[in-house]
Design a protein around this ligand. Sequence first.
Ligand code: FAD
Length: 586
Amino acid sequence: MGRTIVVVGGVAGGASCAARLRRLDESARIVVLERGEHVAFASCGLPYFISGEIEEGHKLMVTTPERFTRRFGIDVRIRHEAITIDRQRKSVQVVDHQSGQTYALSYDKLVLSPGAAPLRPGLPGAGDERIFTLRTIDDAERIRAYIESNDPHTAVVVGGGFIGLEMTESLAHLGLHVTLIELTDQVMTSLDLEMAEWIHQHLRMNGIELMLGQGVEQFAVSGDGSLLVSTSYGNRVNCDLAILAMGVKPEAELARQAGLRLGPLGGIRVNEHLQTNDPDIYAIGDAIEVQDGILGVPRRIPLANLANRQGRLAADHICGKEISYANAYGTSVIRVFDLTVASTGVNEKHLAAEGVPYRKSYTHPASHAGYYPGAVPMVMKLLFAPDTGRIFGGQIVGIDGVDKRIDVLATAIQMGATVSDLARLELAYAPPFGTAKDAINIAGYVASNVLEGDLEIAHAEEVECWLAKGAFLLDVRTVGEFHRGHLDGAVNIPIDEIRSRLTELPVNKTLVVYCLTGIRSYFVCRLLRQHGYRALNLSGGYMIYCAMYPNRCDGIPGLHRWKRALALETFCSTPEERSVVRRNTK
Ligand code: FAD
């Protein structure tokens, strides 16, 4: 028998690491210690098990301890918890929760993949048995059993991150009336606020009561026996069950007690080989801090894709391969009812907070060719360097085709690509799947136009400032669109009348031009520029303006409602094309 490698934690990172270790080293003794009952299960599927979309719990088990042992010759010890590490002796103290006995286990190399635990702040009344958190299969089974035996009608979900949104959708899917309470002014903080506004609107459209900008202050039992949730705004919500999804905390205590260094965010600090400050101890997954690939600052990114890759890389390094895990980008995707919401890289809030100069552009490309049935728009935000055009981050909200676009963006960012590279990319195309100029190319064209000075843009938040400086606000949509809602102070000249009405435009003023999405206004800006005007295109058009200032626009219409208008605007120049799109977007 060769050296002994002990892995603490047997789920995403730990199981991935142990299996890779065996593939690289047949002679090693590999021991996996797992505190819980299961190894290698799909935490990410838990919300869909609760909703019933995944009917049987066993489908979430990627493998069982027995199969893991049989297939890989790995010593898997469930209900065994590592309680201390003696770095001098290179040994782990373990408690066997089945027998209650403790024992010492020596290692040559130790891998820590203990994950992160749901935050459960000590709010008054939070001990009520109808209040749940979700991390393990047992948690999911408890929630499902509670729902099956108590037939609840109402639920409160606390926290609008990944798990909170997935649980909101799952409970609504089961027919519960759900209130989602979020402390900040938006759900999904990996996105910027105006992009999250589509999620807010979509949640409300699906009957979710959304309470933003307020924290839960206490739980109590109301007169009728239901759970009473009070918020910092003084709101009180009665419900039959509550889910706490307020974030996670790295399980770093074992590491801390062993004198391993933690980072500023409370996660275990590792180098590019995923080693802690003790070179014989590696750490991976939700418990560690990673370096942000754009900003270079420490970040905690509790996602399964990172944990799995880190598990493999740590095994590679233990087995003598050269690896470098320098950066992470937080690429993520989530379904929220009909929406797909995805992001990669860094968002505008973080760039601004770190004082990094950036530019941004918005586009509303179609998921696939508009003349092919089922085309729907998406909202895409791109952030990039003002000098080189290097892509810093991307955010996409849409109904279809979002996942593949975010993965192209994620790949591009990780390769250090610029917005001009996006414009040049050759991507697959056929009408059911995309457009001849793919959504990614379009984002690249628009950003490159901005960067190369072919197009000057203004952003929604700058409009008032431009008006104060005497700018002329020009709406180039149809008269009907204009009357349904427009920016204060705008003058309407529909795009097709611009050439004949040029004399109505002031030559000595800056023109801020907008339409629904920024496409028609782009054409107009190019035209005006060639006639000697200074014309700025409102990036993302009226749609982004409304997302930024929903109160000034009576909220933002959903992408579903806008899909016909967008399709018409985006694809049609002839009446025949318009009638095809009308038929396809009924
Ligand atoms: P875990 O998978 O949590 O495994 C850690 C294990 O270590 C635990 O089983 C724990 O019992 C064990 N352990 C801890 N301390 C000890 C000890 N001292 N001794 C022995 N064992 C110990 N990520 C995505 O990318 N996409 C998604 O869609 C997604 N959805 C999610 C949905 C839910 C409901 C949850 C809970 C998570 C989701 N995630 C998702 C996150 C993803 O599951 C985690 O990022 C990933 O599981 C982290 O892997 P890990 O190995 O670091 O920790």
